[in-house]
Design a protein around this ligand. Structure first.
Ligand code: B3K
Ligand code: ZN
Length: 868
């Protein structure tokens, strides 16, 4: 048979949730025999297929970039004409019986796979990534999550190049072969969708450990990395063991295989992947030591290890019926990893960090042309739907259900979910029903959170009647129109609130009010003077609260709210109000902010990390989000001025904090981490104050730091300014870490994020630096992802930033469409900018859409960004 190349070049098609149909053929059993080689790998697949119900449809096996060598049905080779290849690259085989054995032999080239989907080469390793639709780039298969199969995998490879051979499940056999080759066989006893398939071959060293589960079973744990990275794997191993214990304790979920392996790879499209028993990670979420990782990196390693581990139950044992249900596993698993990290550190600080991310990424998404519901209705390319909405807003939905149910009933709901659906591919609706049945609650209106896009806005007003001592609160909710959804129904919105008596500085209890109507009125008695409302405590609902607040009320809450999130929020709101006043042409009323910051940094009762978060000014991007039309220069100017005023008014306090928070010896204790946060915060205020010795202090912090948090902190402070020390530290940092890819990424990223007047030219030059490459996603993101997030620089009014990003997207699209598509977002914000900027952004989007050979990934994002 002639070799047939299956390629994936159909006219982009829109897939609809409403078109879901159960699979026509099931594949209960798969055997793969893979002869690995970087240039040419051969994959022989044996599929036991079964007709699913009564129908006469042929078997359709998805394929992409596969060279088909042979097809057999029940042992007989098919002649050309006995099968066809459709215009999407799928192999179509008419079958007469209800059960058959299909064998295919295909060839693929891992070394030529720059998309990093399917089997690809990364730094001498061969590894796979299959979610969402990468398995079809390894072999012909019904590549959809509701086809669950048991896998038996035999791999063979050159023993010198690839001494370690790993796959899902448990290892069963291995042996040597002639010609310096060897083989290994792995079987996975759990039926799984093909997106969870994984294989790794390479020269890897192992950090080996073990865990005994709650029923007493021993699990061998392995973290596989390059030999030289082995000393940087202990934190990930600790996180893994902590996660295993936490899932047993909090959800009653035990691990189920004899081995659990994690492999770190340097070229990866996103964070990590939860393949059954064989997680594959972007090395940045595995490797950490004080010299090279910041505290944020340490936390991210812990969070991502936990996230992927938790998927074993929320994702693998119970998976998604179709990709529209992605939040079923992602929203729930993010909620689980957030709760875990909160338990491991400070819950208050974790909540602040999570809300910051939600507002920065998801609220922006919800307000723009790519807004979509947590359970989307349609997609062109599913990779574009691994979004902050599906993940982070999805997690907020679970959090709200947990709040409505309370801990015990929520646990009954999750127990029922795991019990009822173990081994199945299910929907978000199934999850909600388990919450209803297990938690004995009714959630019909709540379901709108899954189907309506857009961030609800709650406007609140308060009337106080001194005669009766009544405070009357009126809440009005509205959900803005989003693409394809002009009209919205009122939602069920759980708001935690408390009414403070300004005299006693206390309240008589935190209560939960669930808004269900367009307007809700709540009356509370017992207030001789107007109370002060603390609302959306703990950020109980992912909404925007609009309320006219005086500086006094916000200062009061920033000092007295017993909800730590409420304190942080009041402080941020105060800063936002003052800055917006200035941006719209008024004076800079810095006094109340300075007073509140001074009080906060002097409060010994507060957690230092929370102090650092509360005392930090809101980002330029967050300020932009509060404006109808973003004025990047005015925002930058006002924020800079306020930073300078806080810096100089409290100069001696910042000096004292900076000196006091220097520590001897590195530790990961919360106190030590808080001290490091405060140290760099105080340094940045000192630099803003214009203190003569600020750059000297920064240089000193840079040179004497025994950890990356402080060293990069000092680098970032210096990278903003024009001091001589700037060039010195940038060069010193680069020299010190030459060859360490993850740290060199920080070097690029710090410069791309810098609030420096020449950032556009600096980024342009860095794009030509010998260390820069678009083929490594981490490196591409560290420069151009960061640049797109630098509101002031990216939106420079000559439009050069827009052009540079568009050029990058077009160049990267030819190599790696999935990663390129992620860079489109900042250009899609054109409606939020003035006409001149907006027109320039649109013309760059038009250029991207018209680029020859544009991928459907990029086409979907850029096309929607133009329409919005
Ligand atoms: N499930 C993977 C994400 C796969 C992304 C594919 N484009 C990682 C995670 O969420 O755990
Ligand atoms: Zn996930």
């Amino acid at each position: 048979m002639a070799d047939i190349q299956s390629t994936h070049a159909p006219a982009p098609k829109v897939i609809l949730r409403s078109d879901y149909r159960p699979p026509e053929w099931l594949v209960p059993q798969v055997a793969l025999d893979v002869a690995l080689d970087a240039q040419k790998t051969q994959v022989r697949a044996t599929l036991h297929v079964e007709r699913n119900g009564a129908h006469e449809q042929p078997l359709r096996l998805d394929g992409d970039a596969l060279t088909l060598v042979e097809v057999r049905v029940d042992g007989a080779t098919l002649a050309a004409g006995d099968w066809t290849m459709d215009d999407e690259g799928a192999l179509v085989i008419p079958l007469v019986g209800d059960a058959h054995v299909i064998e295919t032999l295909v060839e693929i080239s891992p070394a030529a796979n720059t998309k990093l989907m399917g089997l690809y080469a990364s730094g001498g390793l061969l590894c796979t990534q299959c979610e969402a639709e990468g398995f079809r780039r390894i072999t012909f298969f019904p590549d959809r999550p509701d086809v669950l199969s048991r896998y038996d995998v035999r791999m063979e490879a050159d023993k010198t190049l690839y001494p370690v051979l790993l796959a899902n499940g448990d290892p069963v056999e291995k042996g040597d072969l002639p010609n310096g080759r060897h083989w290994a066989r792995w079987t996975d006893p759990f039926a799984k969708p093909c997106y969870l398939f994984a294989m790794v071959a390479g020269d890897l060293a192992c950090n080996a450990d073990g865990f005994t589960t709650m029923s007493g079973r021993s699990v061998a744990l392995g973290i596989w990395v390059r030999e030289e990275d082995l000393p940087r794997t202990d934190h990930a191993m600790k996180a893994l063991k902590d996660s295993m214990a936490w899932d047993e304790r909090v959800y009653g979920r035990e691990y189920d295989l004899d081995v659990f392996n994690i492999v770190a790879v340097s070229d990866f499209n996103f964070g990590a992947m939860e393949n059954k028993g064989l997680n594959i990670f972007n090395s940045r979420y595995v490797l950490a030591d004080p010299e090279t990782a910041t505290d944020m990196d340490y936390d991210a390693v812990e969070g991502v290890v936990a996230h992927e581990y938790f998927h074993n139950w929320s994702g693998n044992r119970i998976t998604c019926r179709d990709w529209f249900q992605l939040s079923l596993k992602e929203g729930f698993t993010v909620y689980r990893d957030q709760s875990f990290s909160a338990d491991m550190g400070s819950p208050a600080v974790k909540r602040v960090e999570d809300v910051r991310v939600l507002r920065a990424a998801q609220f922006q998404e919800d307000a723009g042309p790519l807004a979509h519901p947590v359970r989307p209705e349609s997609y062109m390319e599913i990779s574009n739907f691994y979004t902050a909405t599906v993940y982070n807003k999805g997690a907020e939905l679970i959090r709200m259900m947990a709040l409505l149910l309370g801990p015990e009933r929520f646990r009954r709901g999750t127990d029922l979910y795991f019990e009822r659906h173990d081994g199945q591919a299910v929907t978000c609706e199934d999850f909600v029903r388990a919450m209803e049945d297990g938690g004995e609650i009714e959630l019909s209106q709540f379901r709108l959170w899954y189907s309506q896009a857009g961030t609800p806005r709650i406007s609140v007003s308060m009337d106080h009647d001194p005669a009766t001592g009544t405070a009357k609160l009126t809440f009005r909710q509205s959900v803005p129109a989003t693409p394809g959804q002009a009209e919205k129904a009122p939602m069920a919105i759980p708001l935690r609130l408390a009414l403070f008596d300004p005299e006693t500085q206390s309240h008589s209890g935190d209560e939960l009010v669930v808004l269900t109507a367009p307007e809700t009125v709540v009356e509370r008695k017992g207030f001789s003077t107007p109370p002060i409302l603390s609302i959306n405590r703990g950020f109980s609902a992912p909404v925007i609260v609009e309320m006219d607040r005086t500086h006094q009320d916000l200062s009061f809450l920033s000092a007295h709210d017993d909800d730590p999130f409420g304190r942080y929020e009041a402080m941020q709101q105060l800063m936002v109000n003052v800055l917006l006043g200035r941006i719209s042409g008024g004076p800079l009323e810095s006094a109340p902010v300075i007073e509140a910051v001074a009080r906060t940094i002097a409060d010994p009762a507060l957690d230092g990390a929370l102090v650092a978060e509360a005392a930090r000014l809101p980002s330029e991007a967050y300020l932009g989000d509060q404006m109808l039309i973003v004025d990047p220069d005015a925002i930058h100017g006002a924020r800079d001025d306020l930073q300078a005023e806080i810096g100089s008014a409290l100069e001696s306090e910042w000096r004292a904090i900076h000196a006091r928070s220097a520590r001897n010896g590195f530790s990961l204790s919360s106190d030590a981490k808080a001290a490091r946060r405060l140290r760099t915060l105080s340094l940045s205020y000192l630099a803003a104050s214009g203190a003569k010795d600020a750059s000297e202090l920064a240089l000193q912090q840079f040179e004497t730091a025994d950890n990356m948090t402080e060293r990069q902190g000092a680098l970032a402070v210096l990278a903003n300014g024009a001091s001589e020390a700037r060039e010195t530290v940038l060069a010193a940092f680069h020299d010190r870490y030459a060859g360490n890819a993850l740290v060199i990424d920080k070097w690029f990223q710090t410069q791309a994020f810098a609030l420096h007047p020449d950032t556009v030219e600096i980024v342009e030059a860095l794009g030509r630096h010998p260390d820069f490459t678009l083929s490594n996603p981490n490196r591409a993101r560290s420069l151009f992802g960061a640049f797109g997030g630098n509101q002031w620089a990216f939106n420079r009014k000559d439009g050069k930033g827009y052009r540079m990003l568009a050029d990058t997207i077009i160049a990267l699209d030819a190599i790696n469409p999935q990663t390129a598509a992620r860079f489109v977002t900042p250009l899609g914000r054109w409606r939020r900018f003035d006409e001149v900027r907006g027109a320039m952004m649109r013309s760059e989007l038009e250029r991207i859409v018209a680029a020859p050979g544009v991928s459907k990934d990029v086409l979907e994002q850029a096309g929607k960004s133009l329409q919005g």
